[in-house]
Design a protein around this ligand. Structure first.
Ligand SMILES: NC(=O)c1ccc[n+]([C@@H]2O[C@H](COP(=O)([O-])OP(=O)(O)OC[C@H]3O[C@@H](n4cnc5c(N)ncnc54)[C@H](OP(=O)(O)O)[C@@H]3O)[C@@H](O)[C@H]2O)c1
Length: 391
């Protein structure tokens, strides 16, 4: 029996992970859950799984949750410190991190230091501090098994192979909801249209990231760190059918691909069952019904966020953290109706133009850059947001 703590349990990945746990009750026990403010979902989940520890964000009213979990001797922790304590709890075997955004960097670092296995969905944490976090993993013996479908595909294709024999990895991008639109149409596209992703049902932030192609940019940086690959060996290819989740080309000319239906329960389950494979809980892919599979080069002129992510990756140091912070602020402003879609890359570009430190030795330096970039991004989002009224 594996004891699992699910951080970000009220989100799209968190709920899918709970579904996997529900279907494999004989193998997985949920011992920890966390939300930021959605205590309604937490109450429902806690009543079903009866975890020992739950964590709620600092601003949420935790009283109803406290009353509930005390019935079975559970406890409620708060905020960042609570997340880190849950991630290190002795009874926890695997920490599944499904928090969105940079906040995940804290429990991830804590879990690595405590030598846990981490099933990692969050990508922002690795983009921010990948080099330092992977160094921490090597030092402590903590292990990351990716959940992100593209990274899971690469992870699976690499099983039994040496990274040194990899010629190139191809991260596939479905193209999101807007791939066919012109540059002009993209500038003012509505939020409703952006959130209608044709293939995946995800949280709002990653759905916007998919539409800007920043999601693929974040994954390029994530793959660099998770697999120790140089940037030149990581390519992106648009594959609208989203049935191949990524591919690895080896130096002998073989190209391995991992395929499956677009259902996050598949990579979530693999991260929890690894190195075994358990009975799948979702639909199966029938190759005879797939139809044509197509591939094309991404258009970085229409989707500049992908190019910005490659630039940040090339610069290294604090640049990826600054880019990530600027993106979080810009996407937040877009979701709140304060920016237009076309302004998202503009905000990131402005922030990235600053001279960010080229080397980092401590996570505190990354956090400092993150805070500075957020400040700059809020300023630029304000300026660009106001300007749109005069266009
Ligand atoms: N969804 C997918 O299919 C998918 C695929 C691959 C990778 N990912 C990655 O997985 C992560 C989660 O994505 P998602 O789509 O599941 O997001 P989501 O639906 O928005 O859920 C986010 C979860 O994180 C919690 N949370 C948000 N901000 C927090 C904070 N500051 N501190 C603590 N908890 C916080 C939320 O709690 P509340 O509900 O209380 O706000 C919620 O439980 C992202 O990094 C995303 O890039 C997602």
């Amino acid at each position: 029996m594996k004891n699992i703590a699910i951080l970000g349990s009220s989100g799209s990945i968190g709920e899918a992970a709970l579904e996997v746990c529900r279907r494999h009750k004989d193998k997985l026990r949920v011992v920890g859950l966390s939300v930021r403010c959605n205590t309604k979902a937490l109450l429902r989940q806690a009543s079903e799984f009866r975890p020992r520890t739950v964590v709620v964000g600092c601003d949420a009213d935790a009283r109803p949750v406290m009353r509930k979990v005390r019935r079975w001797g559970g406890r409620v922790l708060r905020g960042r410190e609570g997340l880190c304590r849950l991630a290190c709890e002795e009874s926890v075997d695997t920490v599944l991190i499904a928090i969105v955004g940079s906040e995940a960097v804290f429990p991830l670092r804590a879990a690595l230091r405590a030598k846990k296995t981490i099933a990692l969905a969050n990508k922002e944490s690795i983009v921010m501090g990948g080099a330092l976090l992977m160094r921490e993993a090597r030092r402590s013996g903590g292990r990351i098994v990716p959940i992100d479908s593209e990274q899971s595909a690469i992870f699976q294709c690499l099983e039994g192979h040496r990274v040194a024999d990899v010629e190139r990895v191809y991260l596939t991008a479905s193209g999101g909801a807007l791939y066919g639109l012109t540059k002009r149409a993209l500038r003012r596209v509505s939020l409703k249209r952006v959130l209608a992703h044709p293939r995946w049902k995800m949280g709002p932030k990653i759905t916007v990231d998919s539409a800007t192609l920043m999601n693929k940019g974040l994954e390029v940086i994530e793959a660099q760190h998770l697999f120790g690959l140089p940037l030149e060996k990581i390519a992106v290819v648009v594959h609208p059918q989203a049935l191949i989740h990524s591919m690895v080309a080896f130096r002998d000319g073989s190209l391995l691909a991992q395929m499956g239906v677009t259902d996050m329960k598949l990579p979530i389950q693999y991260a929890l069952s690894y190195p075994q494979r358990w009975q799948g809980v979702g639909l199966r892919l029938d190759p005879a019904r797939c139809g044509a599979l197509t591939f094309e080069k991404p258009d970085t002129r229409r989707f500049p966020c992908l190019g910005l992510a490659y630039e940040a990756a090339r610069r290294g140091g604090c640049a990826p953290a600054a880019m990530n912070a600027a993106n979080e602020v810009a996407v937040g402003a877009y979701l709140a109706g304060r920016l237009q879609f076309g302004d998202i890359p503009a905000v990131i570009d402005k922030v990235l133009a600053a001279d960010w430190p080229r080397t980092v030795s401590k996570i505190e330096e990354i956090l400092e850059a993150d805070a500075q970039a957020r400040e700059g991004a809020v300023r630029w989002a304000g300026i660009l947001g106001k300007r749109r009224h005069f266009r």
